[in-house]
Design a protein around this ligand. Structure first.
Ligand code: ADP
Ligand code: GLC
Length: 493
């Protein structure tokens, strides 16, 4: 099958969160299964072309925007360790700046930047002579691709048999914009806007547009699929997901275990395997040596870790609400790596200064440190308000780091409560979004820390889970086949 992926992020070139990991993990798997994949992302100013051996091509794409054309040079690289070509769109106006989205407020021209990506992504197919069976778009950033595919490109010889699949990674971000600004640029009439597939609450809504125009819609876990269709977690998109109900399903994200494997991870102080789980402690030791003064490095104190974007979604309020009560009781340490909202960063840094050997705080984005923290901590905290899937807890399981999570979205699908009677389960969950419920769950989880039999069991259970992208990649291929059946197309390769 020929698959054209258009996305705003892709690991390792440009990553803000899990979207990047999923785009890259799926592409690797599809390639290994014998499919032909091409990925298109922007050439952000932060991408190091030297580090990843990304080279300019001779191709300049002419992209129709409004009544004129805009131009972008195509650069080419490969997903490291694979033959999957990745194309980068160069644009001084749109992408050559620091940052991907301009968080937390977002760049004021994000609507136009991603409109450009969505349109240029399809133009890449012609430039590289690729006939896609599937165009796969991700999140609001590339949702308009589906509208283009079904309108301006519908009779384009390259796309006559192409089906469009839209994957929702986070429905909280919908890409609202002014119809009078965006529709003319996208080449759609403003007159028919109200009540159209573009409109929600009087604005152009890219998320709705993707949902309505795609042949199939997926999201990143079965529980999140139910939540966004039937509850307020859908942020207003529930009616549209219901209209498209027959074409909508949840596919649990998978991990790239070639990147996230404690047996081979080059980022961690000591690699370890399930049979040598005691060696995990060497990583804890290394973390303590790095971050804690010598008099307070007791290995026996459990470390509760967190690696996260610092936003309301991730339940940072709950963490801030209980951290001091645990630290004052003296029973635990926290190690937190995160970046995001300034108020959270400030609050965490303050705690770090106040309890320098008990609250280890690392602000900023650091891929290598994220591996080290997941390997060196005992528990991983994810008290998310909502969580479409969550990858960090999946990585933690593989590293024998026990997740303590709120039972929502993909967290509910990947972590099972430990049952001391049967010895089954992989972590600890709570339902109510409150500091009290979270703190109670941490206490429950800590009870097992000093019981070697339970502690061993629960960590081994986690390490034996298989949430590999190999499974999810196969499920996507099934969805792609259904999408092609739906449009009456056939798979050529
Ligand atoms: P989300 O996509 O909502 O941020 P996920 O759990 O799906 O949540 O994915 C988060 C990804 O981003 C993981 O790979 C995690 O390790 C990584 N990550 C989050 N914050 C940081 C950070 N500050 N530094 C490095 N990696 C981070
Ligand atoms: C989003 C979600 C996260 C999910 C990731 C990859 O960023 O917040 O839960 O794991 O996308 O699908």
């Amino acid at each position: 099958m020929n698959i054209l992926v258009i996305a705003a992020e892709c690991t390792p070139f440009a990553k803000v969160g899990g979207l990047a990991d999923v785009v890259s993990a799926l592409a690797k798997e599809w390639r290994a299964m014998g499919h032909f994949v091409r990925i298109v992302i922007p050439k952000y100013g932060t991408i190091s072309t030297d580090q990843w051996n990304i080279k300019p091509t001779q191709t300049i794409l002419s992209v129709p925007i409004g009544w004129w054309h805009e131009y972008t040079r195509l650069w080419r690289g490969q997903l490291p360790g694979t033959e999957v070509p990745v194309y980068f769109l160069e644009s001084r106006d749109y992408f050559d700046r620091a940052g991907i989205y301009g968080d937390p407020e977002g760049f004021p021209d994000n609507d136009r930047r991603f409109l450009f990506l969505s349109r240029a992504g399809l133009e890449v197919a012609s430039a590289i002579d690729f006939v896609p069976d599937i165009v796969h778009a991700h999140d609001w950033h590339t949702a308009l691709t589906l509208a283009f595919l079904k309108s301006h490109y519908r009779h384009h010889p390259r796309f006559i048999h192409t089906a469009g699949v839209f994957t929702i990674h986070n429905i909280a971000f919908q890409g609202q914009s002014d119809p009078y600004r965006i529709l003319p640029l996208a080449g759609f009439p403003v007159e028919n806007f109200y009540g159209s597939w573009f409109e929600h609450d009087g604005a152009v809504n890219a998320m709705k547009t993707g949902i309505m125009f795609a042949d199939k819609i997926t999201t990143v876990s079965p529980t999140y699929a139910r939540e966004i269709r039937w509850t307020s977690a859908g942020f207003g998109m529930q009616p549209y997901l219901n209209i498209r109900g027959a074409d909508f399903l949840g596919i649990l994200n998978g991990a790239d275990y070639s990147e996230w494997n404690p047996e081979t991870d080059p980022h961690i102080a000591r690699t370890y395997a399930i049979e040598r789980l005691y060696e995990k402690d060497a990583n804890k030791q290394a973390l303590l040596e790095e971050s804690v003064p010598p008099h307070d490095r007791a290995l026996e104190i459990p470390i509760l870790g967190m690696v996260s974007r610092l936003t309301a979604q991730k339940g940072i309020e709950l963490l801030l609400g209980c951290i001091e009560q645990f630290v004052r009781a003296g029973a635990v340490r926290f190690a937190i790596l995160g970046s995001g909202d300034e108020r959270y960063e400030r609050a965490l840094r303050r705690l770090g200064r106040h309890y320098p050997s008990r609250v280890l705080v690392y602000t900023g984005y650091d891929a290598s440190l994220s591996h080290q923290l997941i390997a060196s901590t005992d528990y991983l905290l994810m008290p998310s308000l909502f969580e479409p899937c969550g990858l960090t807890q999946i990585y933690a399981l593989r590293y024998g780091t026990v997740p303590i999570v709120r039972s929502t979205g993909g967290l509910a699908d990947t972590v099972a409560e430990y049952d001391p009677t049967s010895g089954s389960g992989t972590g600890f969950l709570f339902g109510e979004y409150s500091v009290a419920a979270f703190a109670r769950t941490i206490e429950r989880a800590l009870q097992y820390y000093r019981h070697p039999v339970h502690w061993d069991r629960i960590r081994r259970n986690g390490m034996q889970q298989d949430f590999s992208a190999t499974k999810s990649a196969q499920q996507y291929i099934n969805v792609f086949r259904w999408a092609l059946e739906k449009i009456g197309g056939t798979v050529l390769a």
